[in-house]
Design a protein around this ligand. Structure first.
Ligand SMILES: [Zn+2]
Length: 348
């Protein structure tokens, strides 16, 4: 079968690999019908060292169950399913707390890291812990809802996690840092939770226009001190109760504590590209600022978010602005890195 491999920065190839097969009694084999490239795939695309042991890519997909191990009971051959970007058993102490990305099971983890021999940007995937991981979709594989349902794999659930971890409610003013797919869906999530004001920080007009469609009340296109000043002006000088940081860089973090209101929360879902950051008197401590967020346990949100997609209330799939087959994936990475595409949908 064909799959996507990354050999180093800027070096993505589509190659023939051994067919995925069932290895454990709790596995399912899924033929991928829709997948995509993630903003987080762009970090290794920018910086990965050249290697002869390439990484399998892709952690978001929808597909048809082709086969199941003898212990799988919640999905069966022929079912259309969506996966979260991490596998989980759904039964351990952490899964029961809604912390599926911290699942204690030995086979749980992130595609590409803990499940290194599988990836979603491929023709098929072996899914460990199928009962806990996969969610059956009540539509056909060619449904017009597939792009929106695919965002349940990662970007919508991640934006939603940012808003939930930040405690967004109808009394909340929110700043969203970042106009990538996660940032835009954090806007949609804040809107869904009833936020009073949603300020989107972003510089790309086509993206911030979509952000307005998703519910942003204001757009700030400047950064640094100027951006901080503008947000303070929009909020009576106080900043916002919650900042959803959907980038992961140090400048984005500095931006976040520059615009958060005393007693507020910075909720981070952009993968931090740093280990050390200011938390002292001059940043968080002086005004009781709290830090929240982490890898989104998107599995916890799929059933909650799916009905609004199925009945057409929301259309998070609008973050996809192009579609390709497997052969178009290497160019898709480059177009996302160049910011000429927001998010690439893949139909293998
Ligand atoms: Zn678990």
């Amino acid at each position: 079968m064909r799959a996507t491999l990354m050999y180093g920065a800027g070096d993505v190839r589509i190659e023939n690999v051994p067919d995925s097969v069932i290895k454990h009694p709790t596995d399912a084999l899924v033929r991928v019908t829709a997948s995509c490239i993630c903003g987080s795939d762009l970090w290794p695309y920018a910086s990965m060292s050249p290697t002869s042991a390439p990484a399998r890519m892709g952690h978001e997909f929808i597909g048809v169950v082709e086969d199941t191990g003898p212990e799988v009971s919640t999905v069966k051959r022929g079912d259309l399913v969506v996966t979260p970007f991490a596998t989980s058993d759904g039964t351990c102490e952490f899964c029961r707390d809604g912390q599926h990305t911290s699942c204690a099971h030995a086979q749980a983890g992130f595609w590409g890291h803990d499940v290194p021999d599988e990836g979603g940007q491929a023709e098929a995937v072996r899914v460990p812990l199928a009962d806990g991981t996969l969610v059956k979709l009540p539509v056909a594989a060619d449904s017009a809802l597939i792009p929106s349902l695919l965002t349940l794999s990662d970007v919508f659930g991640t934006g939603y996690h940012a808003a939930v971890a930040g405690g967004v409610n109808e009394r909340t003013r929110v700043t969203v840092v970042g106009d990538g797919a996660v940032g835009l869906l954090a806007v949609l999530s804040a809107k869904r939770l009833g936020a009073e004001q949603i300020i989107l920080m972003g510089r790309h007009k086509t993206r911030t226009d979509l952000g307005r469609e998703f519910g942003a009340t204001d757009v700030v296109s400047t950064r640094g001190d100027e951006g901080i000043t503008q947000i303070r002006e929009l909020t009576g000088g106080h900043g916002t109760h919650v900042v959803l940081e959907c980038v992961g860089t140090m400048p984005a973090y500095v931006q976040a504590f520059g615009v958060v209101r005393p007693g507020g929360i910075i909720s981070r879902v952009g993968v931090p590209q740093y280990e050390q950051a200011p938390i002292g008197f001059g940043s968080l401590f002086r005004h009781n600022i709290r830090l929240a967020g982490g890898p989104a346990p998107v599995r916890a949100y799929i059933e909650e978010l799916m009905p609004d997609i199925l009945d057409g209330t929301i259309d998070p799939g609008k973050v996809f602005d192009t579609t390709t087959d497997l052969s178009g994936i290497p160019a898709g990475y480059q177009h996302m890195a160049d910011r000429t595409n927001l998010k690439v949908l893949i139909r293998p």
